[in-house]
Design a binder for this molecule. Sequence first.
Ligand SMILES: [Zn+2]
Length: 287
Amino acid sequence: MLKKLTDHVYYFPHSEETDRPVLGLICGEKYGFVVDAGNSPAHALSFLEEVEKIGAPPIKGVAITHWHWDHTFGIHAMNKYTIGHHLTKKKLAYLKTLRWDDDSLDKRVQEGEEIEFCRDMIKKEMPSRETLIIQEPDVTFHHHMEIDLGGITCRIQHIGGGHAQDSSIVYIPQEKVLFLGDCLCPDLYSGDWSYDKEDFERLQRVLKQFDAQYYLSSHCHPETHKELWEDLNQLNGIGEIVGNTVDAEKAFFQFEYETHKKPTNVQKERIQYFVNGNIKRRSRELF
Ligand SMILES: [Zn+2]
């Protein structure tokens, strides 16, 4: 079901079962606009059914936050004018050259090109992929683009980062809503999941430039300004404690020493991401 976030912004909630991300709908006086195309034709079509029910204005297009399958495999079924960063287009052009049957997916996981989690979710969401058509954006941008929907503006802006080089965010200034895509998620595609502390700080500096009351991350419930920044401050605190260490046990010990508490499982996971980021940074510096 579509949920109303503000007067002009709706969202179709995420679902962990098959890793369906949040899809957004922004309604202006003249046009509607969509954020992300869904992880399959079925996902895109059930979203469009809901859009029809609320009598939204005609959809002008779809903005893609990044190339990952769960945000783009519904592009063809959405059948709208699609806007994406030029790197999103480049990646999707490559994905079009790949085969998506079970054996090909398994092979790519073995070779380290695909990750197990995505492979399993793709199989679960689309048991058969014979009719899957991967489609590139119709329009690309480099830094940002603005779309006037009639009294409401959508600003799509590239932000990049470890999760995906092409990560883009969508800002609706009149509603103070910021769609974050997965830009605050760890890097999943280069070995162990990781956060690069410096890059993570850069991302936050960019996000702070947007006056937002609500944030929508693709795999979470919407968060208020206070909720998002409290969580990010906790993450930053963990990054500070980890420092430059490449030893997770040392970082766990340091956490306990500084906070007088043993890290919870979630905190341990976050510590490990920063440690992994340090390991990757060090190996980049060595070679
Ligand atoms: Zn992603």
